[in-house]
Design a protein around this ligand. Structure first.
Ligand code: FE2
Length: 189
């Protein structure tokens, strides 16, 4: 049925909101175990529990071939040398790919092939589109001084697997060196 409510939405790129989607908030406490510098994490958390990011998704239909989409907003900031970031996830249905469209701010996506562990960082910026292939863990971080917002579009049956990342984390971290984001292997930190 061609119901206008399911055909059209509106997003606010500055606010990082999407009409009809309820934002989920993630604070520093929610990212327990994500940041490499545990001492810096505990020190920061002892002082406050800031909002790190929000995500809001429109997930209307679940049929084969349907698409879902969402908007994300990541605040600027760091824990130690590591940028504020999302938890990161794989898709429950591993072949599911995803597009990320940069809206505002200056971001980086960390991509990791699940089978080989090969990792890459890709800029996520206004007018830029990042293609996340299937079977690839993805985490987004704000490497700028203003909020980062982006849209994501993914198959309706992709699903989100956060637990695999929660157990093993990403092989690499993205840290600031000389004012720029640099990818390093976690074990070499
Ligand atoms: Fe995803």
């Amino acid at each position: 049925m061609l119901d206008l409510k399911s055909l059209l939405s509106n997003y606010d790129p500055k606010a990082g909101t999407l009409l009809g989607a309820v934002p989920v908030e993630r604070t520093l406490r929610d990212l327990q175990g994500c940041f490499a510098d545990r001492a810096a994490y505990e020190t920061a958390l002892a002082q406050s529990n800031p909002l790190l990011y929000t995500v809001a998704a429109v997930e209307p239909a679940r049929g084969e071939g349907d698409l879902h989409y969402g908007i994300g907003k990541i605040m600027p900031g760091k824990i130690g040398d590591e940028y504020y970031m999302t938890k990161g996830h794989l898709h429950s249905w591993r072949p599911a790919a995803e597009f990320y469209f940069g809206l505002t701010g200056d971001g980086v996506m960390l991509l990791e092939d699940e089978a080989s562990g090969e990792s890459k960082i890709v800029p996520l910026q206004p007018n830029g589109v990042v293609y996340v292939p299937g079977h690839t863990a993805h985490r987004t971080m704000n490497v700028g001084a203003t909020p980062l917002t982006y849209l994501g579009v993914y198959p309706a049956n992709a699903g989100h697997d956060y637990s695999t990342i929660a157990k093993t984390n990403f092989r690499c971290v993205v840290i600031e060196r000389d004012g720029k984001p640099v990818m390093m292997e976690r074990k070499k930190l």
